[in-house]
Design a protein around this ligand. Structure first.
Ligand SMILES: Nc1ncnc2c1ncn2[C@@H]1O[C@H](COP(=O)(O)OP(=O)(O)OP(=O)(O)O)[C@@H](O)[C@H]1O
Length: 714
């Protein structure tokens, strides 16, 4: 009862009674005066056993039909989008709302002797109606939606990125389906099959209409019960009981078994390690089972397929122009270079990575204006620059072009797109996305086996790779038994094992504790040092940029607003986002003659010192930057030596190493607030106490001109 209000018990009990009492009433109606032997005789009469056996046989065959037809239907509904999808789903589920008798009539008009298809079959001497086949068809017709619904629900609750990662590891769509998707949703598939079996077992209306009631041929148990109802009510009750017992045994066996437990994937879907752990519960493959490599399926071992390997670092070229996403940028990454892609939420970072993986869902769009988005124009959660506004300039024509080492992987102008599995692009995400039904070694071996390496060789190489990256002791562990950091190590090993030409790191350390993140960062750093690989790294972490990246590219509103050596971008940021990441205050405007800056918008002057006098002339676009440590806080407007003073309202005060960092939002006219935004000031704990500083206080932030560096942004 933990967490549940007590009153829930009452309706729950009422519901249970509503189901159980009629069954009890039926049992009570049973005439036991002749002893249990009498009932036994009824149950073992030839008509009863014929009916039971027929029901079980046809229901099993119907269940198999439901799986064979329903699983592909669920996959199409859950994993693709196409026009009229809602209508298609409604049609698939139609038998759920259709009275079964109507279903039977529909089947009769289709497969009956004079039916739409039946008349042609008749000519060939094939009669379907009123045969055992008709029973199976009637049962499949009514039971199919149960399997589709259950499996589609299961597919939708599972992260499709498991399949995407498998594709980037080199697996073909069929291999992904067999080795990743089906093991992932096996509990949902089994539940759906059980529901379908139960529905088929109890099927009556469609069967009697389409198949009739011929003993041993089409007379299933529900039909036998119906027919006995008037002739021998006791027999009808005894047979009903038999049906109930069979149904309860089947559903209890499955729901009490390994597939009946709560789907752990759904439970842990929120967090990285949890999500991966969840898969530990999938019993699609029993503990020592291995997924057969293509070369393990008999026949001579195949020569491993050639895979694009990273023996020599390659150049990466990316051009993304997508009106729908407001992204318009070009990027060239030198061989072996690690480029950090920075930017506020919605800036287009993931879009760039998706373009390189080949996973970007894209249709060729006609030129158009940016579509109106509810969130367009509002600042991201981090208070940084807004996304594209309605009517903002957008790419004139959609275009995606990705080249790796001179090879064109995507070129929408020529309708060319190499599938993810053939790109030689490794992809690492915030969640490790390890396949929960495989141990660490098999996870790492996955990509090798998808390329045709025999299982034994792949596992042995996987073990070596895990050893190299300090994860040797984890070889035999399933993801459910790994910590977040360990899982990410295995995931890195898995991504590197296929020797990708380009590595994409999408915030791989973001969900790890600080200490663990540092260890994993070191793993990435060492791997790059030992084998330089062209890499794109999306991150919001200053340390990632400083320790891993050679170059930093800042995106805002889908455009590159800053691009340069990582250290320079952080120490001399030219965009507000980079400044914020680096913990520096930044104001943008144009250079003034006296070495200061005239702010964009309000025309407010900021006194400063030109840092790169050689290249800057008055009127040039420029930024003024100053460290939070250089800011002094005053209760009253400061006066005296040349200094810049901003009236602010304190928005937060947070610990920052040995100091405190106070964030203040500039007050004044709207254009001043827009131009300056938030400023940071560092102060000692003692100053915080002396000033009695607290959020919502109005104070002044002052910075001496000598502390403000101005440099050009052209
Ligand atoms: N599937 C999609 N369909 C249409 N627009 C999308 C889709 N995914 C993202 N966008 C839009 O594309 C733009 C870029 O999004 P993207 O996910 O690349 O940003 P991001 O920089 O990775 O953001 P975040 O840091 O939040 O992950 C945003 O305006 C976003 O709303």
């Amino acid at each position: 009862m933990r967490g549940l209000p007590r009153w829930v018990l009452a309706p729950a009990l009422l519901g249970a009674l509503f189901v159980v009492v009629p069954v009890v009433a039926m049992v009570a109606r049973l005439d036991v005066s002749g002893g249990l032997g009498g009932i036994w005789d009824l149950l073992t009469s030839p008509t009863a056993t014929d009916a039971l056996w027929l029901s079980v046989r046809t229901s099993l065959v119907a269940t198999v039909c439901c799986v064979l037809l329903g699983a592909p239907m669920a996959l199409v509904l859950a994993r693709t989008t196409f026009p009229g999808q809602r209508v298609a789903r409604a049609l698939v589920l139609l038998p759920l709302v259709l009275p079964p008798v109507v279903g039977g009539i529909a089947l009769l008009y289709t497969f009956g002797r004079r039916g739409l298809i039946g008349q042609h079959l008749s000519v060939l001497g094939i009669e379907v109606a009123f045969t055992t086949t008709a029973v199976v068809m009637a049962q499949t017709f009514v039971a199919l939606p149960f399997l589709v619904l259950s499996l589609e629900g299961s597919l939708r609750t599972h992260d499709a990125r498991y399949e995407e990662v498998a594709a980037t590891l080199g697996a073909s769509p069929t291999t992904v389906l067999r080795r990743v998707t089906l093991p992932l949703v096996l509990p949902g598939l089994v539940s759906g099959a059980v529901l379908a079996f139960a529905r088929a077992l109890g099927e009556f209306g469609a069967t009697i209409t389409f198949a009739g009631a011929l003993q041993g041929v089409t007379q299933t148990l529900p039909l036998e019960i119906y027919l006995q109802r008037s002739a021998d009510p006791d027999a009808a009750v005894a047979l009903s009981l038999l049906l109930v017992v069979v149904a309860v045994i089947v559903t209890a066996a499955v729901h009490g078994g390994p597939f009946g437990r709560t789907d752990p994937q759904v439970r842990g879907a929120g967090s990285s390690a949890e999500g991966d752990r969840g898969l530990g519960g999938v019993r699609g493959l029993a503990a020592g089972d291995q997924v057969p490599a293509e070369s393990d399926r008999g026949g001579p071992p195949r020569t491993p397929r050639a895979s694009p390997s990273a023996s020599e670092p390659v150049t990466l070229g990316v051009r993304v122009r997508l009106a729908e996403r407001g992204v318009d940028l070009d990027l060239t990454v030198e061989p072996g270079q690690v480029v950090a892609i920075l930017g506020p939420n919605g800036a287009g970072k993931s879009t760039v990575l998706q373009a390189v993986t080949g996973l970007l869902p894209h249709r060729a769009h006609p030129p158009r204006r940016a579509r109106s988005r509810r969130d367009a124009g509002s600042p991201g959660p981090d208070g940084a620059a807004p996304g594209p506004r309605t009517g903002a300039p957008v790419p004139a024509r959609d275009e995606l072009r990705v080249t790796v080492g001179g090879e064109i992987l995507t070129d929408t102008s020529r309708g060319l797109s190499v599938p993810p599995r053939r790109r030689g692009v490794g992809w690492l995400t915030q969640r490790p996305l390890l396949f929960g039904h495989l141990d660490a070694a098999d996870n790492v071996a996955f990509g090798l086996r998808a390329r045709g390496v025999p299982r034994r060789a792949a596992r042995s190489e996987a073990r070596e790779r895990l050893d190299e990256l300090g994860a040797g002791p984890l070889t035999a562990r399933r993801p459910g038994a790994l910590s977040g950091g360990q899982a990410q190590r295995v995931s890195i090993t898995r991504a590197l094992a296929t020797d990708p030409r380009v590595l994409l790191l999408d915030e791989p350390l973001a969900s790890l504790d600080v200490g663990v993140a540092q260890q994993v960062r070191r793993v990435l750093h060492d791997a790059q040092r030992d084998r330089p690989r062209t890499t794109l790294l999306v991150t919001h972490d200053l340390l990632d940029v400083l320790l891993l990246a050679d170059r930093a590219v800042v995106l805002e509103g889908g455009r590159v607003v800053e691009d340069g050596p990582a250290r320079e971008v952080l120490t001399r940021p030219r965009s507000r986002f980079a400044a914020r990441l680096a913990g520096i205050n930044l104001l943008a405007g144009v250079a003034t003659e006296d070495g200061g800056l005239l702010l964009d918008g309000p025309g407010l002057a900021v006194a400063g010192v030109v840092a790169d006098a050689t290249s800057l002339v008055a009127g040039d676009p420029a930024v003024a930057v100053f460290a939070p440590r250089a800011v002094a806080i005053h209760r009253d407007a400061p006066s005296g030596s040349p200094r810049n003073a901003f009236a602010v309202t304190i928005t937060s005060i947070e610990p920052h190493g040995q100091l405190f960092r106070a964030w203040g939002e500039v007050t004044g006219p709207r254009e001043v607030r827009d131009a300056v935004g938030h400023l940071a000031a560092d102060l000692t704990p003692r100053s915080v106490a002396d000033l009695r500083l607290a959020p919502d206080e109005h104070v002044w932030f002052a910075v001496k001109a000598a502390e403000v560096q101005v440099y050009g942004t052209r």
